[in-house]
Design a protein around this ligand. Structure first.
Ligand code: NAD
Ligand code: DAU
Length: 359
């Protein structure tokens, strides 16, 4: 079996669902179920014996050591993290605890387990660390996209915590020989993304007649990748990536935030017309994110050349599928829009004055 951490979050749950749709190798899913973890994402696996869910913290050394000894996974795919940049600005401590200390604990448990494995099993073992393009910082308008050789320059507490975890993973390979793989992916979108992130937030707010908040001028650019393509890339890296290597993963479809939000509004106008006017009238400009990275773009030539991975979904088709998924799963959205999430909305937007855009 494989051990997946953070498998109840957005990408982790997509990965677990895709994995078990493609093969019968069981998944041991360790997730703390923070506000971002949602077992509802995995409802389809409720009676599936191939999926073993354990609620727990990657930083709980005793728990992780016990799970490794009992289940003897051939690989660890490490998604578990605090993942939202704005939350990291409001409260960085959890990001250090989980992303840095938690990854350190997990690496130590993995090392102790791996060192005791028998020859062939030891050689085949992999620790796949799922990281982000945000560790590279921000590109200028005419800069070439990030590659695996781009120097680290993290700008947010989130990016710095992920960069720290990347360095630990690298060191555990170089010093102890742990067979690690690290990936840096661009912005994902698709089903089950928590509605604090731009795309699901805009779809949910549009439907609920609320403002669609654009940070600053909305000229920040992101390289969007459909989540199933990210999961496919991770399966390729796990199967054929070279230990100690890093792989950049991206969709190659860069878009300014404002243009993205206008695209979402146009799709919603067609799918769910308002009685009067269009959804773009709900767009407002709010105070910018401190330290906001202006541009991310990924050069995914290495993973294409070495592992034969390319994205299968175009942004045009992926974003339509995504809007349709959120419209068809309004109950999922309202279920997560409660408790901690509502308090977070107050914290994040209360101090940002809203300015309507003329459309
Ligand atoms: P998410 O916030 O949706 O999910 C994170 C999951 O980790 C949740 O289920 C949460 O309960 C769990 N978790 C948090 N702390 C934990 C702990 N201490 N122990 C065990 N479980 C814990 O995040 P996501 O968007 O699915 O991102 C998953 C990973 O992919 C992260 O490592 C993130 O840095 C990386 N990544 C995300 C994107 C993106 O666009 N979302 C892009 C590139 C890389
Ligand atoms: O690049 C990969 C990263 O993508 C991942 O490592 C992170 O875990 C993931 O959250 C994502 O980070 P971003 O900060 O780019 O995603 P977010 O959806 O929060 O924001 C996307 C862009 O939209 C960003 O430029 C900020 C802007 N934005 C976001 C929100 C929530 C707004 O303009 N308004 C908003 O209300």
């Amino acid at each position: 079996m494989i051990l997946v951490t953070g498998g109840a979050g957005f990408i982790g749950s997509n990965f677990v669902l895709d994995w078990l749709a493609r093969c019968d190798e069981p998944v041991l899913n360790l997730d703390k179920l923070t506000y971002a973890g949602n077992l509802g994402n995995l409802a389809a696996l409720a009676d599936d014996p191939r999926h073993v869910f354990v609620k727990g913290d990657i930083g709980d050394t005793g728990l992780v050591a016990g799970l490794l000894a009992q289940h003897r996974p051939r690989a660890i795919v490490h998604f578990a993290a605090e993942s939202h940049v704005d939350r990291s600005i409001h409260g960085p401590a959890d990001f250090i605890t989980t992303n840095v200390d938690g990854t350190f604990s997990l690496l130590e448990a993995a090392r102790a387990y791996w060192q005791e494995l028998d020859g062939e099993f030891m050689t085949a073992f992999r620790f796949l660390h799922v990281s982000t393009d945000e560790v590279y910082g921000s590109l200028g308008p005419d800069d070439a996209p990030f590659t695996e050789a781009t120097p680290y320059a993290p700008n947010s507490p989130y990016a710095a915590s992920k960069a720290s975890s990347d360095h630990l993973v690298r060191a555990w390979h170089r010093t102890y020989g742990l067979p690690t793989l690290t990936t840096h992916c661009s912005n994902n979108y698709g089903p089950y993304q928590f509605p604090e992130k731009l795309i699901p937030l805009v779809i949910a707010n549009a439907r609920q007649g609320k403002p669609l908040p654009i940070y600053g001028d909305g000229g920040q650019r992101r390289d969007w990748l459909y989540v199933a393509d990210h999961c496919a890339a991770l399966r390729r890296v796990l199967a054929a990536g070279r230990p100690g290597e890093t792989y950049d993963i991206g969709g190659g479809e860069e878009l300014p935030n404002l243009a993205l939000v206008h695209t979402l509004c146009a799709i919603l106008d067609a799918r769910l017309p308002k009685a009067a006017g269009g959804y773009a009238e709900q767009i407002v400009h709010v105070a910018d994110r401190p330290g906001h990275d202006r541009r991310y773009a990924i050069d995914a030539a290495k993973i294409e050349r070495e592992l034969g991975w390319t994205p299968q979904e175009s942004f045009d088709s992926g974003i339509r599928k995504t809007v349709d998924w959120y419209l068809a799963n309004a109950a999922w959205v309202s279920a997560v829009q409660s408790g901690d999430y509502l308090r977070w909305v107050d914290t994040n937007y209360a101090a940002r004055a809203m300015h309507s855009e003329s459309v």
